[in-house]
Design a protein around this ligand. Structure first.
Ligand code: PMP
Length: 433
């Protein structure tokens, strides 16, 4: 089947990398076929190892809000790399990045930098437990908070895609400390507080769910979580790994005007390089070592190249401010309207959920509000849809349980082209067979 360099590489990769990939959803298990291997990217475009060009709607799963190889980010990374790869000692760039986060994110007075979203959330859980002296964590079914043991319970994203929302290898006593509630259903959270109130250290939530596809919070949901946590002395953690700097300069907490006790960040924060962060008030963050007793550390934390990419990205977001987010909202609205019209014209039943530049087209009969709404999700239809788009050079996420993203580099012409091609694909006979 080696009819392309991608398939040749995948055959080789499967022999030496588990499943041939370094993160499960990349393997195309959810959509079938052979993953495409990529070589370069610029603006809204990707090029694979066989030289084919695609319009990118994956955006590296969220970080690329400015598009690929934005000139200022590229320049910052190149010049940082010429100075040093890593010191394992403090730098001015990490202080600058922390200052930018404090300027932009409402709950942030202090910032601890780590290397990924997963590291940020597992630190968040330890910090919440350390601060409250309580052990239980509440999460929502279908939300994904990285692959830490405490979070692989009814998890979204790859875990949901592969049908293993709870993983072998997570010790039972650890899993038992994670309680699962229903997204957009405050009564499910109230019930958990009723049963375990004084043991709950924190509620962690994706303020806009992105890892079971895009699902906005219903009015009052985030406010309700704020109230319930406050009433019982638990902390409210917004996992803004996906929404941070994506929905507004200050993330979902600014967009919805609900302040968590602290938050996790990653993705856009590193402009495409590996990074993560925990950000929050001094009274909470100062519990982290060496200021406090809750231990957390990292050889490459605050890496000079990653922080240079982050600084350059956040600088553009700060300079362009509201205007950039209005532009992203405009493009998002244009794409949403186009997709809805294409769906209506095709007669296919599908839903579009969107917040700003983050959205999902669900092959689902009813409105999508939480994981329960997705019981009859037609993932097989999504697989066909994905491949028909791929053949026509549009790269959607290779799973129905994911969000796709527009960037500042997508033009109206890109958006219109996506809409036209989606329209053709939805009407093609292979979609309805
Ligand atoms: N939290 C959320 C909300 C995420 O979307 C993700 C990754 N998609 C993570 C945590 C984990 O981040 P990482 O993949 O950088 O470990």
């Amino acid at each position: 089947m080696s009819d392309s360099f991608s398939s040749e590489l995948f055959e080789k990769a499967q022999k030496i990398i588990p499943g041939g990939v370094n993160s499960p959803v990349r393997a195309f298990g959810a959509v079938g076929g052979t993953p495409v291997f990529f070589e370069r990217a610029r603006g809204s475009r990707l090029w694979d190892v066989d030289g084919r060009e695609y319009v990118d709607l994956l955006g590296s799963w969220g970080p690329m809000i400015l598009g690929h190889c934005h000139p200022e980010v590229e320049e910052a990374v190149l010049s940082a790399a010429q100075r040093a790869m890593s010191f394992g000692a403090p730098t001015a760039t990490e202080v600058e990045l922390a200052e930018r986060v404090v300027d932009m994110v409402p709950c942030a007075e202090m910032v601890r930098l780590v290397n990924s979203g997963t590291e940020a959330t597992l630190t968040a859980a330890r910090l919440a437990r350390g601060v409250t002296g309580r052990d239980r964590i509440v999460k929502f079914a279908g939300c994904y908070h990285g692959h830490g043991d405490s979070f692989l319970i009814k998890a979204g994203s790859g875990a949901l895609t592969l049908g293993v929302p709870s993983s072998p290898g997570v010790p039972g006593p650890v899993a038992e400390l994670t309680l699962s509630a229903r997204y957009n259903d405050l009564s499910s959270v109230e019930a958990l507080f009723g049963a375990h109130g004084k043991d709950i250290a924190a509620v962690i939530v994706e303020p806009v769910a992105g890892n079971m596809g895009t699902i906005p919070p219903e009015p009052g949901f985030l406010e309700g979580l704020r109230r319930l946590t406050k009433d019982s002395g638990a902390l409210l953690i917004f996992d803004e790994v996906m929404t941070g700097f994506r929905l507004s300069p200050g993330g979902a907490q600014e967009f919805y005007d609900v302040q968590p006790d602290f938050c996790t960040l990653a993705k856009v924060l590193g402009g495409g390089l590996p990074i993560g962060a925990i950000a929050g008030p001094r009274a909470i963050l100062e519990n982290l070592a060496p200021a406090g007793d809750v231990y957390q550390a990292g050889t490459l934390s605050g890496n000079p190249i990653a922080t240079a990419a982050g600084n350059a990205t956040l600088k553009v977001l700060q300079e362009r401010g509201r205007e950039l987010y209005d532009e992203l909202e405009g493009k998002g609205a244009r794409l949403e309207a186009g997709l809805r019209a294409a769906i209506a014209e095709s007669g296919v039943t599908a839903q579009v959920n969107r917040v700003g530049s983050m959205m999902t087209l669900f092959f689902n009969d009813s409105e999508v509000k939480n994981l329960d709404s997705l019981e009859n999700l037609r993932t097989d239809v999504y697989g066909r849809f994905f491949h028909l788009l791929l053949e026509r050079a549009i790269y959607f996420p290779p799973s129905q349980y994911e969000a796709f993203f527009l960037s500042a580099a997508h033009s109206d012409a890109d958006v219109d082209r996506i809409v036209t091609i989606v329209g053709e694909v939805l009407q093609s006979s292979s979609m309805v067979e």
